[in-house]
Design a protein around this ligand. Structure first.
Ligand code: SAM
Length: 285
């Protein structure tokens, strides 16, 4: 229950240093309101309901200088994500060390062909080191329906992902959906203008629910956004075109690298993608 959830009283109180040790500000006098070290940059990407962390792991080498966090409500699933990231960080450190040792050895090459072959068999020469070191991803346990603004400030984020959210099919359970009018207002609050809200689901009805809640549909299957009156939150989102989706490598990760997306691929299911750009705040008269 929420009683067991840890959350900061404000974004300025959040201890991010323990999550991203490679990004801690070298100046020890830079301390946040919670008394922990500040980072050199802000967290900018959030995966809501990250499950086993496939999206984060896929995005880490793609956006190596961007700090990303997965938020997950289930304790054991979050523990898995944390261990997975620790193991990946360690593996990258070891591979880099081996590669560095190998390049030092190459500077003084062995004279016999046999010795040369031995060197070529080393782990470093047969294992590909992917760019990035997974220092830029982490997972935290949170109920994002309740505490998102405790973690992130106004206009802090550049991307939010909601991948294969629990569908909560029954109408009386719809209030548990993590796309809703009030939550959209929170997503708009934490996203920068120009920031992107990524959604994907295998449930067609949920896809229409998403479009409706971002004001791109009022009736299932009928796009009436352009005819709608403007004003308020309605004006804050712009649906990306198919061409824009094609050009965005994050969409590919979302479609093929989350655990749920792999399950849907195995079952030959459909995947419905909708990405919304957060527009500038409307000017109030
Ligand atoms: N996004 C992952 C993927 O694509 O593989 C996992 C999808 S899974 C169907 C939905 C996840 O959202 C579950 O792991 C669930 O525990 C998590 N979740 C549901 N409600 C949540 C909430 N309010 N806050 C954080 N996580 C939540």
């Amino acid at each position: 229950s929420d009683h067991n959830l840890d959350y900061p009283i404000s974004p300025a109180h959040m201890d991010w240093a323990s999550h991203y040790p490679a990004f801690v500000d070298p100046d020890p006098s830079k301390i946040n309101l919670g008394g922990t070290r500040k980072l050199t940059k802000d967290v900018e990407v959030v995966d809501i309901g990250c499950g086993f962390g496939g999206l984060l792991v896929g995005l880490a080498p793609l956006l190596p200088d961007t700090l990303m966090v997965g938020m997950e409500i289930r304790v054991s699933v979050l523990e898995y994500v944390r261990s997975r990231i620790s193991a990946l960080r360690l593996k990258q450190q070891v591979l880099k060390k081996i590669a560095a040792e190998k390049s030092t050895n190459e500077a003084t090459p062995s004279d016999t062909p046999a010795a040369q072959e031995d060197e070529d068999d080393e782990v470093g020469s047969t294992t590909t080191i992917v760019p990035g070191n997974y220092e830029n991803i982490t997972g935290i346990r949170a109920n994002t329906m309740k505490f998102l603004p405790n973690f992130f400030g106004h206009h802090q984020l550049s991307k939010i992902f909601v991948c294969f959210p629990d569908p909560h099919f029954k109408a009386r359970k719809h209030k548990a959906r993590i796309i809703s009018e009030s939550l959209n207002a929170e997503y708009a609050y934490v996203l920068k203008p120009g920031g992107l809200m990524y959604t994907i689901t295998d449930v067609e009805e949920y896809h229409h629910w998403v479009l409706r809640h971002f004001k791109y549909e009022t009736v299932e299957g009928e796009n009436v956004a352009e005819d709608e009156p403007t004003g308020g939150i309605r004006d804050l989102w712009e649906l990306l075109s198919d061409e824009e989706l094609e050009a965005d490598p994050c969409v590919r990760v979302m479609k093929f690298e989350t655990e749920e997306s792999k399950k849907v691929t195995r079952n030959n299911g459909n995947k419905y993608v909708a990405v919304f750009r957060r527009k500038a705040d409307p000017e109030w008269p």
